[in-house]
Write a protein that binds this ligand. Structure first.
Ligand SMILES: Cc1cc2nc3c(=O)[nH]c(=O)nc-3n(C[C@H](O)[C@H](O)[C@H](O)COP(=O)(O)O)c2cc1C
Length: 201
């Protein structure tokens, strides 16, 4: 296997906001991509604390209606138009992937390995982010566009009630995905020399 293929996928992964419902692969393929990430992403002590929910079609649109409803309750009506447009943009996509952390697993680890108690919530976040990256990059390699959102905790109760999410699952991120209606914008890169140091070469 060439690592260049992996690097090419990493470069292909971008935040794509103009998404539509015309996926270049079947929704079953999207689900398999998510399943692969769930199986093969590492976690501290192999604890596998990340939980994932895939919402497709009308279920996905329901999610962004919940977000719109929650935002309407806190954003002044006269300023709501940009928010409404953003929610419409998300609804126009094909689906969403919800990433959760199972707090029962985290607490179990804290009890079992007290010396690391403070680290487990942090490592859980790391592992969760790795799942997000694995899904995002694999979707990109499949030609599926995606962007990452954080409307938690605003939408937590509505999500839990609608899809029967256990109380111990904490919502951490929402990934919107779909066909690419317009490519990602320009991206700037800070100097690598300020971000990477090598010793002993
Ligand atoms: C941890 C993390 C949180 C992010 N949160 C959001 C978000 O809430 N909303 C959003 O539109 N983009 C979010 N992004 C996307 C970043 O803005 C984006 O990755 C960054 O500008 C680089 O662009 P690229 O994804 O096209 O490479 C997030 C990215 C990361 C890694």
């Amino acid at each position: 296997m060439s690592y260049l293929a992996l690097q090419q996928a990493a470069e292909t992964r971008r935040s794509v906001y103009a998404l539509n419902k015309n996926l270049p692969v079947g929704t079953d393929e999207v689900v398999r991509i998510v399943e692969h990430a769930v199986l093969h992403t590492p976690s501290s002590f192999n604890s596998q604390s990340t939980r994932v929910v895939v919402l497709l079609g009308a279920e996905h649109e329901k999610l962004w209606q919940f977000a719109e409803d929650a935002l309407r309750a806190i954003v002044p009506a006269e300023n709501f138009e940009p928010t409404a447009q953003k929610m419409a943009m998300f609804k126009a996509a094909a689906g969403s992937v919800l990433f959760f952390e199972d707090q029962n697993v985290i607490q179990g680890l804290q009890q079992q390995f007290a010396a690391y108690a403070d680290n487990f919530p942090v490592w859980g976040e790391h592992a969760n982010a790795m799942h997000q990256y694995a899904v995002w990059t694999a979707l990109a390699a499949a030609g599926v566009g995606a962007n990452l959102q954080h409307y938690n905790p605003l939408i937590d109760n509505a999500v839990a009630a609608e899809w029967g999410i256990p109380a111990n699952w904490t919502l951490r991120a929402q990934m919107v995905f779909g066909g690419i209606a317009a490519p990602a914008g320009e991206k700037t890169f800070g100097p690598v020399t300020e971000r990477l140091k090598v010793f002993g070469a």
